[in-house]
Ligand binder design. Structure first.
Ligand SMILES: Cc1cc2nc3c(=O)[nH]c(=O)nc-3n(C[C@H](O)[C@H](O)[C@H](O)COP(=O)(O)O)c2cc1C
Length: 332
């Protein structure tokens, strides 16, 4: 105690923060709750209730580190009750030797939502070639609850080996939904999407739309770093195109208001550029559609090291979320 008081005296003088940095998204109400306070609203994805509204966004597979990273992520999802999307499973369609990177149902457990993942270009091709059974078999093989379709035309454009799309993605997804007998999620990968794309998706019977919003991982930048040829650099301005999670949540609320009963999508996974539980708490609180929040790169930082660090990160995020839930209200 004495030591703590001494620290306070020594440190307090250096601790003052500038009022300029105040986070005006919230109203702080310290008088009105205990901690951990009121129950956290429960969210259900693919019929599975999450303990916390956290989602581990789709990442890697098919690299040397993938098995360790994915196993760490699945374990933390199991331990704390999060949902998880796999990174693109395309490589597994080509070669079963990659199965251990993705075969994580036994680690994440039966009770957590766990989704396979495929790109829109691949889906379009498989639809045209009447090869969808391979996708249905993939979902079954992984004992996944359903399939995430990632839609990333800007990312593909930046890749030398990138795929072109022959049809509007929403049409491909609509066609796929008529034959998929499992839940489907559609997402971007880091540039988000505008209001009319959101509207077109929200009218489909998707299990969720994952934002993959602008403001965090940016694959246009990643591809420019991978391939430093001068042509690619000329496209750089396109890397700064996109929509943030905040814009997208607000657009989705507007669409919900405008379309009411025409909305058929059940949930949002608000992701892309979220740095912590506080961003997550903010976004899922303002969303009019049931929402969880997702992070990719923030989890990756820890998952590529060891489980202990990842577990402690997850626990801290939960504690932070709970204290926010107890004492913070949205400044509307
Ligand atoms: C290493 C890495 C690999 C990714 N691979 C995929 C993928 O295969 N499929 C996909 O849908 N999204 C993929 N993403 C995109 C993420 O799911 C997420 O939409 C994006 O990273 C934005 O979230 P963040 O800002 O929290 O990182 C990947 C992200 C990272 C960091």
């Amino acid at each position: 105690m004495e030591e703590r008081k001494k620290d306070h005296v020594n440190l307090a003088l250096n601790s003052s923060v500038d009022a300029f940095h105040k986070d005006d998204r919230f109203i702080y109400e310290p008088m009105l709750a205990g901690y951990p306070g009121k129950n956290i609203a429960k969210r259900t994805i693919a019929g599975k209730q999450l303990t916390y509204p956290f989602w581990i966004s789709s990442m890697t597979g098919g690299t040397k580190m993938a098995k360790k990273i994915n196993t760490n992520l699945a374990q933390v999802a199991n331990e704390f009750g999060f949902g998880m999307g796999l990174g693109s499973c395309r490589i597994l369609l080509d070669n079963e030797k990659y199965l251990p990177d993705f075969n994580l149902r036994s680690v994440i457990g039966e009770d957590q939502p766990f989704f396979a993942n495929i790109g829109i270009a691949q889906l379009e091709k498989m639809l045209e070639e009447d090869r969808l059974k391979e996708l249905h078999d993939l979902v079954a093989l992984l004992k996944a609850d359903g399939l995430i379709i990632h839609v990333n035309p800007m990312h593909e454009f930046f890749q030398k080996e990138g795929d072109n799309l022959r049809h509007p993605p929403v049409e491909t997804i609509r066609a796929f939904l008529t034959v998929a007998n499992y839940p489907v999620i559609a997402k971007e990968v880091g540039q988000g999407m505008g209001k009319e794309s959101l509207r077109s998706l929200l009218k489909l019977p998707l299990e969720a739309i994952e934002f993959g919003a602008f403001g965090g991982t940016n694959f246009a930048q990643v591809e420019m770093m991978r391939d430093t040829n001068a042509d690619n650099a000329l496209y750089e301005p396109l890397a700064f195109i996109g929509h943030t999670a905040e814009e997208m949540t607000k657009m989705t609320n507007d669409i919900q208001f405008e379309e009411q009963a025409r909305i058929e999508t059940s949930n949002l996974i608000i992701s892309g550029g979220l740095k912590s539980f506080l961003d997550g708490y903010y976004h899922i609180s303002i969303s009019q559609i049931p929402a969880v929040f997702g992070m990719a790169s923030q989890f990756l930082k820890y998952a590529k090291e060891d489980y202990k660090g990842l577990k402690s990160f997850a626990k801290n995020q939960i504690n932070g979320f709970q204290v926010s839930n107890a004492y913070l209200r949205i400044n509307r």
